[in-house]
Design a protein around this ligand. Structure first.
Ligand code: PMP
Length: 367
């Protein structure tokens, strides 16, 4: 629909138009049930079909084996910052390793300190979060006694993305990743991870649901103080229906998963994302310094592209003029300033092309 803008927001973020239209058509009377998804019992047969299909489609997309539980939870990724150490550490004296490549990883590290002894292996903070460290034992000596190693696979604010992953050298070989902002943006070998979590509201749905993919052998060992709602066993034992789940959000995620499968799966999606990000980074790097991205080229995110203008006094004008042309939410996070274009799966190529054309035009008009 032509009245829609190109929404470069970091999350909640743009959703596929086909998904919105499908949800609209099913909203009032879901498949002949006489009511909407929002109004029906989470224990009825319609919703049972919705959540089961969402799970099986996600399993197909990511190739998730039956060794893992897939949970649809509430509380956002932020709640997982606590749930992870509560479930994976036997008590507050257990150690855990953190590689911090941006402010989300830093938040996870700080929250973990309430429930375990987090050890900061490396932080990109002194270099303003623009890099990822080498993983070899000399550069990044891990703690063999740690219960897990935590990374944030894509830092939404700083635009730093892991392209490969450290091999955990802790006692049980446990790697945990916050994939909130690059979830389902590319194929991922889930077997390398013991636990993956992601808030849905960037790549796969609306806010309100958080997906947790956790190896089953890790479930059922939570610390005694763990609230029932944060214990993975609670949700694994009841197929995410222990209490009332975020039904509508799960339904929309299901539509997105279906759409991603129809597009050919995550290998196809990654190609599209790499192409979109490529033309945007090329425009930045080819601007003769007019635009600049501070992130090391080898770890630049395909999802969140932060950049600055050499004449920083023009940044507000850039963002305002772009908005007038139907490209909105381009302001960088308040902690870093500048511009940030979030170009998740559902951002059409046409949106990125329009942004790139605008950047060239803006530069020509404000040399
Ligand atoms: N981790 C990352 C990488 C994020 O981008 C965000 C949200 N921007 C969060 C965690 C926090 O997610 P939530 O708001 O769902 O708690």
């Amino acid at each position: 629909a032509s009245e829609r803008v190109f929404n470069f927001a970091p999350g909640p973020a743009t959703l596929p138009e086909s998904v919105l239209l499908r949800a609209q058509s099913e909203l009032y009377n879901y498949r002949g049930s006489g009511m909407s998804i929002m109004e029906m019992s989470h224990r009825g047969k319609e919703f049972d079909g919705v959540i089961k299909k969402a799970e099986s489609d996600l399993r197909a997309l990511l190739g998730i084996s039956d060794d893992y539980a897939v949970l649809f939870l509430q509380g956002g990724a932020t709640t997982q910052f606590a749930a992870v150490p509560l479930n994976l550490c036997a008590g507050p004296d257990d150690a855990a390793d953190f590689i911090v490549t941006g402010s989300w990883g830093d938040k996870a590290y700080k929250e973990a300190a309430k429930y375990c002894r987090p050890n900061l292996l490396w932080t990109g903070k002194p270099a303003k979060y623009t890099a990822i460290p080498p993983f070899d034992a000399r550069s990044l000596p891990q703690n063999p006694d740690a219960r897990f190693l935590h990374i944030c696979a894509n830092e939404t604010i700083h635009g730093v993305e892991f392209k490969d992953y450290p091999v955990p050298e802790n006692r049980d070989g446990i790697l945990v990743a916050d994939m909130s902002s690059n979830f389902c943006s590319k194929p991922v070998d889930v077997s390398k991870f013991a636990l993956i979590y992601a808030g849905a509201q960037k790549n796969v749905g609306p806010s309100g649901v958080t997906v947790v993919i956790v190896r089953r052998d890790l479930i059922g060992k939570a610390q005694p103080i763990t609230p029932v709602m944060l214990d993975y066993k609670t949700h694994a034992d009841s197929a995410s229906l222990y209490n009332t789940p975020p039904c509508f959000a799960i339904y929309i995620c299901g539509l997105v998963f279906e759409d991603l499968l129809e597009q050919g799966g995550l290998a196809e999606i990654e190609k599209k994302n790499a192409h979109k990000a490529g033309i945007l980074y090329d425009a930045i790097d080819g601007s003769g310094g007019y635009y600049a991205c501070p992130v090391e080229p080898s770890v630049r995110s395909l999802m969140n592209v932060p950049f600055t203008l050499q004449k920083s006094e023009l940044e507000k004008k850039f963002i305002d003029e772009a908005a007038k042309e139907g490209m909105v939410q381009l302001k960088g996070h308040r902690s870093v300033g500048g511009v940030r274009a979030s170009i998740y799966n559902a951002m059409p190529l046409a949106g990125v092309e329009k942004l790139v054309a605008f950047m060239k035009d803006f530069q020509a008009r404000h040399p």
